[in-house]
Ligand binder design. Structure first.
Ligand code: ATP
Ligand code: MG
Length: 439
């Protein structure tokens, strides 16, 4: 059968084919990036996850059979080549491979639905329709390498700081907090929904005695957004900590982001370079602006905003222009925050809720939570929600619930900040939006 590896194994990735290995035999494997046939000499560029390597086949030095095989190559096919490395100052990494044996592992049909070498530029929809080809581009895979580093770094940070990783159900019986639209699903003979947030579960975990927990998981929002920063399925990084308040968890969030940005700078320099993006490691605590101050700033920029309103897109932009970079927005009106947010003692109009912003993009919402059963019940009722739907949640507040606080960060939005992407779709492998359910 054709196309099998048999005993062939890659000896060198493209980035391991450097002048130092000149004279040795290597086996490289990857995708046919480019074919240049000058008759007397042929050049084929092979691309793998690490970069590109040049195969050089002068008719005087390689067998006619090899040249014939190379001429049958088609762009983006998967091939394996055994050959001898030799110095070539003009080739990528200063080395080229003289082919001795070739295997075509998988031939790509032509024409391709899109060109991963970008000689022909494609729009976002064409790209997403053939996402596997799109990700072959180094400026696209760079985003996902950075996103991977981000999760790695976040997990390291949580584990180093005594947080336990948890997983909570995404099939849920009722709404988390009201307000947000839910996707209904059929759960045997019952109606159920896709979870919009692990909020209620991570709070219930505070009554479990595990003290500090985090979860990285999918959230589903059925709103008909059509923006560059909303998707209907997103990944949320959620943290909740007992015996802490809003300021404590804001500091944790600040530290975590400094850690992530440091790691991305240290470990993804090549990817940042490919993207032409720089992100400075913040050296001070993120500045804080209160909601009242934000209303003033926004109005001073001729964008209308009444006290007690959520920030409109224009208000976010006006505030972002003034503040720049990362900043916390604190002391939100209680009435526009969810029922589980703790009001200020003696000044209940205001709450212990905060958002973390980057320029005009909301990255995170968090708060000190209500841990007293009766106050929680009162706030659920005040928002017109039916406490019956919250039975198992409320139960956790009746038998020893510590004071606690937490936040959720949108992982895909944070990736936008780390990579400089302007459309959240760029930061999700297979995005789900109002119009897209495949691939
Ligand atoms: P926004 O006001 O920007 O719509 P939100 O206040 O509705 O966001 P939260 O419910 O506070 O969002 O969710 C916490 C975080 O999860 C947000 O700060 C954001 O980073 C992320 N997030 C929320 N909804 C979405 C979405 N539809 N697509 C991508 N990320 C989201
Ligand atoms: Mg929010």
């Amino acid at each position: 059968m054709q196309g099998l590896l048999h005993d062939w194994r890659r000896t060198n990735y493209a980035n391991q084919c450097t002048a130092e290995i000149a004279g040795s035999d290597v086996t490289v494997m990857g995708w046919v990036h480019e074919i240049r046939d000058f008759g007397g000499i042929m050049f084929v560029i092979i691309r793998d996850v690490t970069g590109k390597v040049q195969i050089t086949a002068p008719s005087k030095k390689v067998d006619a059979e090899i040249l014939e095989q190379l001429r049958e190559f088609r762009k983006e096919s998967v091939v394996a080549i055994k050959g001898m490395a030799q110095e070539a100052p003009k080739a990528p990494n200063g080395v080229e491979i003289l082919p001795k044996e070739i295997k075509v592992l998988n031939l790509a049909n032509q024409p391709l639905p899109m060109d991963p070498t970008e000689k022909v530029k494609a729009g976002i929809d064409t790209r997403l329709d053939s996402r596997f080809l799109d990700i072959r581009k180094e400026n696209v895979s760079a985003i996902f390498k950075i996103k991977g580093q981000m999760f790695h770094s976040i997990r390291d940070f949580f584990y180093d700081n005594g947080f336990h990783e948890i997983n909570t159900p995404k099939l849920v019986a009722s709404a988390t907090e009201g307000g947000t639209e839910l996707f209904p699903i059929i759960y045997f003979e019952k109606e159920a929904f896709l979870g919009q947030s692990p909020q209620l579960y991570k709070q219930m975990m505070m009554a479990s005695g595990m003290d500090k927990v985090f979860e990285i998981g999918q959230i589903f929002r059925a709103e008909e957004h059509d923006t560059l920063r909303h998707l209907n399925e997103a990944v949320s990084i959620d943290a909740e900590a007992s015996f802490m308040d809003d300021v404590d968890v804001m500091n944790i969030l600040n530290d975590m982001l400094v850690n992530v940005i440091t790691d991305v700078n240290n470990n993804c320099a090549e990817e940042l370079d490919i993207l032409g993006h720089e992100i400075e490691v913040p050296d001070k605590r993120f500045p804080v602006v209160t909601y009242d101050e934000a209303v003033e700033i926004v109005n001073a920029k001729d964008v209308e905003m009444d006290w007690g309103e959520d920030l409109s897109r224009e208000a976010e932009k006006a505030l972002g222009d003034q503040m720049g970079g990362f900043y916390f927005l604190t002391e939100w009106p209680t009435e526009i925050k969810p029922f589980y947010v703790m009001p200020k003692e003696g000044d209940e109009k205001y709450s212990h809720a905060f958002d973390l912003m980057y320029n005009n993009l909301e990255l995170s919402s968090g708060a000190t939570r209500v841990h007293q059963h009766d106050l929680l019940l009162k706030q659920i009722e005040e928002r017109g929600l039916n406490p019956d739907g919250f039975g198992s949640y409320l139960k956790a507040f009746e038998y020893g619930m510590p004071p606690h606080a937490g936040w959720g960060v949108g992982a895909d939005r944070l990736t936008m900040v780390l990579t400089g992407a302007e459309n959240i779709r760029e930061c999700v492998l297979f995005p789900r939006d109002r119009h897209r359910l495949t691939p």
